[in-house]
Design a protein. Structure first.
Length: 137
């Protein structure tokens, strides 16, 4: 690093990949477990999908997804041990690409806007938390 710029050589790709896997796998796992819990509580699969697509279900999914983006950014920053916020941001960018690929066209615009608007700050926050943990006070 020179003049505050980050070079490609400064990026720890293993850290970014592990963080992105934690983000996406964690989100998928928790959402699947939530759906399974609703089915085991006696709701039909159609009722579960209806609840997941409701405003409260989408908000819950958004909170879970962004929470795992923070976690993924944190993990990437901790593994990298340098440029933590950048590594967290890269986790979020990978999450955005994956979200675009698997995007459900039936979701309301506010959900897509909130999700994409929140991903980068969430990843950077995770990286910042990793930086704060590494940096002595």
């Amino acid at each position: 690093m020179q003049d505050g710029k980050i070079r490609l050589a400064d990026v720890k790709f293993k850290a970014v990949i592990v963080g992105a896997v934690a983000d996406n796998a964690g989100t998928l796992l928790v959402m699947t477990l939530l759906a399974a819990a609703l089915v085991s509580a006696g709701l039909s699969e159609d009722e579960v999908m209806s609840r997941m697509k409701s405003t409260s279900g989408l908000l819950l999914g958004l909170i879970i997804g962004l929470g795992f983006t923070v976690l993924g950014g944190y993990i990437a920053g901790r593994i990298a041990r340098q440029h933590e916020r950048t590594h967290g941001a890269l986790v979020a960018v990978i999450g955005m690409v994956i979200a675009l690929i698997f995007r459900d066209g039936g979701d309301p615009a506010w959900f897509d806007i909130a999700g994409f608007a929140g991903m980068l700050p969430a990843g950077i926050l995770g990286g910042r938390l990793a930086w704060q943990r590494r940096t002595p006070r």
